[in-house]
Write a protein that binds this ligand. Structure first.
Ligand SMILES: O=c1[nH]c(=O)c2[nH]c(=O)[nH]c2[nH]1
Length: 310
C-alpha cells in the first residue's frame, strides 16, 4: 500500500488582540481614541512535508512564532481596517520565508466596538471620546491569501464575510405552491413572519477592496431583504429572497465577483392558545414561538458570469 499526503497546513488560531490608537488621558490627548479588536487565524502551507513524514521540523515555523508575528505586526503597522492588516500579515509570511512558506492564509474576525453617543459636559449629544459598546451578534471577517507564484512574485487574494446577522420581517413573506407528497403537513402560508441569522462569504476581484466595500455588501443584502421602508418587498420564499440579495450585491458592489449566502429559516410558530379562548391563528395571530431547532437550511452561491462586464 502506498500512502500520499493530499494536503498539509499549520498555523495558529484564536490569536486575539485589541489595538488602541491615540490612547491617553482626556486632558493630555484630545483626539478620540480608536480601537480595533480582532481574532486571527493564520495557516501556512509549504512544499516540505518532512515534519509530517519523518519528524524533521527544519521547515516548520513554530505556531508560537506565528502568534508572536500577528501581535508584533499589529503593533508595528498603522492599518485602517482588518482588510489592510490581513494583507500585511499574509504577505509577510510568504516574503519572510519564501523557500518554506508558499501559501499564507489569514482570517481576521472583527469584534465590533461601536462608539457610544452620550451627552457631553454641556448636555449636547456627541460621539464619546473613549467609550464604546459592543455590536450585535453579527461578526464580520476578512480572509487574505498570499501565494508564491514563482520568480519571487506573490499573488494576493481577498475575501470578506460575516456570520450571524439576525434579521426579521413581520410580513411580506409567503410560502405557497410548493411540492407536496404523503408526508407534507405544512399548510400554504400567504403571509408569515420570516427570520434568519444570515451568513455571507464573498470574493473580491482585487485585493484593493476596503472595509467600505464590505459595508456596501452588507447594505445591499439588508436592503434587498427588507425592501423600501414603507412598503417592504414581497418574498415568495427564502430561496427567492436569498437570490435577490446575492443579485443586489453583484449589481451594487463592482469588486465582488462571487458571493455565497446562507439563510437558516428560523421558524416562528403561532402558539396554540385556543384552550384559553384566545384565537391565535395565522395570519392574524400575534404570539409566536421562535425556534431554531429544527430550522430550514437554504443556501445559494451566485457569481458574475465570466463574460459579464463589471
Ligand atoms: O421559504 C421557505 N422555503 C422552504 O423551502 C420552506 N420549507 C418550509 O417548510 N418552509 C419554507 N419556507
Amino acid at each position: 500500500m502506498t500512502i500520499e499526503i493530499v494536503h498539509t497546513e499549520h498555523g495558529k488560531g484564536r490569536v486575539r488582540f485589541l489595538k488602541g490608537i491615540n490612547l491617553g488621558q482626556v486632558t493630555r490627548l484630545p483626539d478620540k481614541h480608536l480601537v480595533t479588536q480582532a481574532t486571527a487565524q493564520v495557516l501556512l502551507e509549504g512544499p516540505d512535508r518532512s515534519s509530517f513524514l519523518t519528524g524533521d521540523n527544519c521547515a516548520v515555523l513554530p505556531t508560537d512564532t506565528v502568534k508572536n508575528t500577528v501581535q508584533a505586526l499589529a503593533k508595528k503597522h498603522e492599518f485602517q481596517s482588518i482588510e489592510e492588516l490581513a494583507l500585511i500579515l499574509a504577505k509577510h509570511f510568504v516574503q519572510a520565508h519564501p523557500t518554506v512558506i508558499h501559501v499564507a492564509k489569514v482570517k481576521l474576525v472583527e469584534v465590533q466596538w461601536d462608539r457610544l453617543v452620550t451627552k457631553d459636559a454641556r448636555g449636547q449629544l456627541r460621539p464619546h471620546h473613549h467609550a464604546f459598546v459592543q455590536g450585535g451578534t453579527e461578526s464580520r471577517y476578512t480572509y487574505a491569501i498570499a501565494r508564491l507564484v514563482g520568480n519571487g512574485k506573490i499573488d494576493v487574494t481577498l475575501a470578506g464575510g460575516f456570520t450571524d446577522l439576525k434579521v426579521l420581517k413581520t410580513t411580506q413573506s409567503a410560502f405557497v405552491g410548493f411540492l407536496k407528497d404523503n408526508y407534507t403537513t405544512l399548510p400554504e402560508v400567504p403571509d408569515r413572519l420570516v427570520s434568519s441569522s444570515v451568513s455571507a462569504h464573498w470574493e473580491y476581484s482585487s485585493p484593493t477592496a476596503t472595509a467600505q466595500d464590505a459595508a456596501a455588501v452588507r447594505s445591499a443584502l439588508i436592503e434587498a431583504f427588507a425592501g423600501p421602508s414603507d412598503t417592504g418587498v414581497a418574498s415568495p420564499a427564502v430561496q427567492y429572497t436569498l437570490y435577490k440579495m446575492g443579485e443586489a450585491v453583484l449589481q451594487q458592489v463592482p469588486l465582488v465577483n462571487k458571493i455565497e449566502l446562507y439563510m437558516p429559516n428560523i421558524h416562528n410558530l403561532p402558539v396554540n392558545l385556543a384552550h384559553f379562548g384566545l384565537p391565535n391563528i395565522h395570519p392574524h395571530g400575534e404570539l409566536f414561538l421562535p425556534t431554531d431547532e429544527p430550522h430550514g437550511m437554504i443556501r445559494t452561491t451566485v457569481q458574475r458570469s465570466p463574460n459579464a462586464r463589471l
